[in-house]
Ligand binder design. Structure first.
Ligand SMILES: Nc1ncnc2c1ncn2[C@@H]1O[C@H](COP(=O)(O)OP(=O)(O)OP(=O)(O)O)[C@@H](O)[C@H]1O
Ligand SMILES: [Mg+2]
Length: 154
């Protein structure tokens, strides 16, 4: 696990950007943490690092559940499962079909996936510390996730 103390939104954006630059194939990333902790801010940086065109404004998929952005040959999928009550509802967005080598799946509020014990490549936890800064911890499972974490310089 690697940890960053982020004092500003810009530092969280920069973390997302550096991880985005390291991604060259589909993978799954869980973003955990309280409301306003910086999950969507991180995704904005990730999109920039992946090379999503500036013509796209990254917005929270709170109501749409999923937003997709093309970054040929990959596709960034930004999910927010806050409003889902069970993992069964994932069928409606075709979740299973998005788990492949070309979809970069970034999931806010992933807890309902515990029901199906879904294994994420990378898990990022956002916590407020006593000064209201964010402590961001990145952990990985699986070979590809661990390789990425090893190369991540925090
Ligand atoms: N160190 C920091 N890292 C990230 N965001 C920060 C930081 N300091 C302040 N902020 C601000 O906090 C807010 C974080 O909002 P953001 O939408 O990223 O949170 P979220 O975790 O996605 O929340 P939600 O659970 O509601 O989706 C932004 O307005 C951002 O500018
Ligand atoms: Mg959000």
């Amino acid at each position: 696990m690697k940890t960053l103390e982020s004092k500003t939104a810009e530092e969280t954006l920069a973390l997302g950007e550096s991880i985005g630059k390291m991604i060259s194939q589909g993978l799954t990333i869980a973003l955990k943490g309280d409301l306003g902790a910086g999950k969507t801010t991180f995704v904005k940086g990730l999109a920039k690092g992946l090379g999503v065109s500036k013509d796209y404004y990254i917005t929270s998929p709170t109501f749409t559940i999923i937003n997709e952005y093309p970054v040929p040959p990959l596709t960034l999928c930004h999910l927010d499962l806050y409003r889902l009550s069970s993992a069964d509802e994932l069928e409606y967005i075709g979740f299973d079909d998005l788990l492949d080598d070309i979809h970069v799946m970034v999931v806010e509020w992933p807890d309902i996936l515990k029901d199906i014990s879904f294994p994420f490549d990378i898990e990022i936890r956002f916590e407020f510390d006593k000064n209201y800064n964010r402590r961001i911890s990145v952990s990985a499972s699986g070979q590809w996730g661990k390789n990425l974490l090893n190369k991540l310089f925090l």
